[in-house]
Design a protein. Structure first.
Length: 354
């Protein structure tokens, strides 16, 4: 399963989009713009692309103009930087990668919204019992509340949870817009897209609400945070969609197993290691993964079992994307440019020895 560029990601996005269309047609459900309630995608998407482009070009142009000692040449420098940084090959790379990822994401969000209509079973009781078995008869969230308290810690973990929402799009901007290493960008963006696919598969296989909805009393002692507002909005959207999916433009977004917050952070951490990013970045990502792991349980989003499933999912996403982008040696994830360098070194060794 080798391919170059985003071929695998594009095929995957089209297959998942076809699956969303098929489920919508079979169960008479609407297809929605998942984040289009406030700002439609055709407005938000170009705005994000323009902002990413400007953050790549303008600082470099300003620095070049300042170095030249002629601030009035800023416009000329901006044109020069644009020509250097944005040849057609990179424009195509960024647009195809972002398009494939977003189509996967949009299909994922619609399919996630369809889960209660397709599989009405709920596994919350089973996962709660499994958690207690692993935690020697204790509820994991209750243990974390006792350890960290239910005051400032709730606000801190709420910040961590929301920071994840900002971090993931930021990493995509780095991979597609700011970086010029396309091999690394292709692998990473494809891996995150694979996570969405694996995630929605687990939602259909093991439908759950999550501890905060299955046992709200266990989290009633936490102070009100932004996450509380988000949880209330999500359960209201679920009720609205289940009552009449055609009466709203919202999508149903509640599903606990597996945790994609943990899964995608595992992908980020493993990719940081495989791509040999700066040590500070790698350490920072692992620390943020640990905080995300605790936050999702503490705030009631996920069972402990969900985090374990998410970790496996995130690792699988890296591996599948390695196969799909050709970044592997006999199935073992390896950056393709590093493999070529090693092969070239082996060829040059005999000549050097002579």
């Amino acid at each position: 399963m080798r391919s170059d560029g985003f071929r695998f990601a594009v095929i995957q996005s089209l297959v998942l989009a076809a699956a969303a269309i098929a489920v919508a047609a079979s169960y008479h459900l609407p297809l929605r713009d998942p984040d289009g309630v406030a700002v439609p995608t055709y407005v938000r998407f170009p705005a994000i692309l323009l902002l990413a482009f400007l953050t790549d070009v303008l600082p470099r142009a300003a620095w070049r103009a300042w170095r030249s000692g002629s601030p009035l040449r800023a416009g000329h420098c901006a044109v020069s930087v644009t020509r250097e940084r944005w040849p057609w090959s990179h424009v195509r790379f960024a647009l195809v990668g972002l398009g494939a990822w977003y189509l996967t994401y949009a299909a994922f969000r619609n399919l996630k919204s369809y889960v209660p209509f397709v599989n009405r079973d709920l596994w919350d009781d089973t996962l709660a019992r499994f958690d207690r078995l692993l935690w020697l008869g204790h509820d994991p969230a209750a243990v974390l509340h006792a350890v960290f308290g239910t005051g400032g810690a709730a606000h801190f973990f709420s910040f961590v949870y929301v920071a994840w929402i900002v971090l993931v799009p930021a990493t995509l901007v780095v991979a597609l817009v700011w970086s010029r290493d396309r091999t690394r960008g292709e692998w990473y963006v494809t891996a995150v897209a694979v996570d969405w696919v694996l995630g929605v598969a687990t939602y259909f296989a093991v439908p759950t609400l999550g501890p905060v909805y299955a046992d709200p009393q266990g989290f009633a002692g936490l102070p009100h945070t932004y996450v509380t507002t988000l949880q209330e909005a999500m359960i209201q959207d679920r009720y609205t969609v289940l009552n009449d999916p055609f009466a709203t433009h919202a999508v149903q977004t509640i599903a606990a197993f597996a945790s994609l917050h943990v899964g995608i952070m595992v992908t980020v951490c493993l990719m940081a290691e495989l791509l040999h990013l700066h040590r500070a970045v790698r350490v920072g990502m692992w620390v943020f993964l640990a905080l995300t792991f605790v936050a999702t349980i503490y705030l009631g989003w996920h069972y402990f079992a969900d985090t374990l499933g998410g970790a496996v999912l995130g690792a699988a996403g890296v591996w599948v994307a390695a196969l799909g982008t050709g970044n592997h040696v006999r199935g073992r994830p390896t950056l393709v440019t590093q493999r070529r360098d090693r092969d070239r070194a082996r060829v040059d060794e005999p000549a050097l020895s002579r």
